[in-house]
Ligand binder design. Structure first.
Ligand code: SAH
Length: 349
């Protein structure tokens, strides 16, 4: 019989499991807190659990832990990029960022990615598999143990498409938000998607208070199709309609991410087209100077173009920020570090 992945059970499921072992219900909360609040990674560290139960847990269940494969610390701003080795040997990455108000983490939701956006390094090696809820929790928990401050914010913006791993991401959100766990508020969690329309409707109907970020990167389908293949099946007008529905259901403001690529999507005319599309929406635009991906020959826009693009949107009444770049000296953007590590691993093997 397969062992049970205990880290991804909620309190009810854990209670049921303990009853099936002939154990009292109250043990569920104790074990849950050991895993999700005290962040232990071994059953034997659960101090108030009797040895007999620990032995049962060891035969019937396991903790889906991850271990550090590599770690890079930015000299510029202290951002830390972690590469993790999963139990099956796959490698994923996450980032720990330090802010005045607390720390934020960016986590991966899949090993690799199917979406194949042309400016993104995550998809270069293709899609391998979804991450389980317990693996995503492990990313957060390991960084929390490493962090000097409480982790107060999470962004699902590492490798992978979170809405393509919907059930596991939903389970992750409920566990990381649990009052008996790290209790991270849903309003402090951002889910970033390339725009899977059906799933946006499904998510809206869950009425969670998370922030939805949409990777838009273009003002129309013609341009979006060229850089984001997902756009063929998820055209922009329908996508924006789904975003309006999300806001209607949740009252949450949508964030649109827009990576500025030199000579591709960064002119004033394009900024005007974008303002036209987004006017009257409860939204915020986050401009990201694209991280150069040498395999794709994409370069970031000039400072002047970035400022002008931002100004044009602002003049149309759209709220805009230019993303502060953290960890640029450590390849801290999507998929870049993992890709380098895999290349090095291959070279070593
Ligand atoms: N699949 C999800 C989440 C992961 S990507 C999504 O598409 O939103 C997180 C964000 O980083 C997305 O906005 C993505 O478009 C952006 N991104 C990917 N590669 C980038 C690059 N080279 N420079 C800047 N942003 C990039």
């Amino acid at each position: 019989m397969d062992k049970i992945d205990l880290k991804q059970l909620n309190i009810d499921e854990l209670t049921e499991f303990l009853i099936s072992l002939g154990e009292p219900k109250f043990r569920a909360k104790q074990i849950f807190e050991w895993i999700h609040q005290k962040l232990v990674t071994n059953f034997s560290d659960m101090k108030n659990i009797p040895k007999s139960l620990i032995e049962k847990l060891e035969t019937k269940a396991y903790l889906n832990n991850i271990k550090v494969y590599d770690k890079l610390v930015s000299k510029e701003d202290g951002t830390i990029k972690f590469l993790w080795e999963l139990q099956d040997g796959n490698i994923i990455e996450s980032v720990l960022m330090s802010y005045e108000y607390g720390n934020a983490v960016c986590i991966s939701t899949q090993v690799g990615c199917k979406m194949a956006c042309s400016f993104c390094a995550s998809a270069i090696g293709g899609f391998i598999r979804n991450l389980s809820a317990s693996e995503m929790l492990s990313e957060v928990y390991e960084m929390q143990k490493y962090s000097d401050k409480r982790i107060s914010n999470i962004v699902l913006m590492g490798s992978g498409e979170p809405l393509d791993n919907y059930e596991n991401v939903k389970k992750f959100l409920s566990l990381v938000n649990s009052p008996s766990g790290l209790n991270i508020g849903l309003r402090h969690i951002t889910l970033s998607t390339c725009g899977l329309i059906d799933k946006i409707y499904e998510l809206a109907d869950e009425n969670l208070q998370i922030t939805l970020a949409i990777s838009l990167h273009a003002p129309n389908d013609e341009m979006r199709n060229k850089i984001m293949p997902v756009s063929f099946k998820n055209p922009m007008d329908k996508l924006l309609e789904a975003c309006r529905y999300y806001t209607k259901k949740t009252s949450r403001r949508i964030t649109f991410e827009y990576a500025l690529i030199d000579g591709i999507n960064d002119t004033k005319e394009i900024a005007l087209m974008l303002s036209e599309k987004l006017k009257n929406m409860l939204c915020h635009v986050n401009l990201i100077p694209v991280n150069d991906v040498k395999e794709r020959n994409f370069k970031k826009s000039s400072k002047q173009n970035i400022q002008e693009f931002a100004k044009t949107l602002e003049k149309s009444g759209i709220s805009v920020t230019v993303r502060r770049k953290l960890g640029s000296d450590i390849n801290a953007s999507c998929g870049q570090l993992r890709k380098h590590a895999l290349e090095n691993k291959e070279r070593r093997e």
